[in-house]
Write a protein that binds this ligand. Sequence first.
Ligand SMILES: [Zn+2]
Length: 66
Amino acid sequence: MDLYDDCDACGIPHARWRAVLGMTLCGRCERTGGTEAAADPVLLGEVLATSAAHLSFAGRLLDSQI
Ligand SMILES: [Zn+2]
């Protein structure tokens, strides 16, 4: 069985089947998920920052109620 195939996203050979994604992706597309997903880490950072702010706010609410 040949584990290597053409990349589903960009079509270059010697890509690897990624069962998690259900796609055959080369190394470059594997890092980007085969899409223009370069902004995802920034979005994740914003989510984490927002969550931290909410937790801090909730913590102040709890403190004020004691
Ligand atoms: Zn690719």
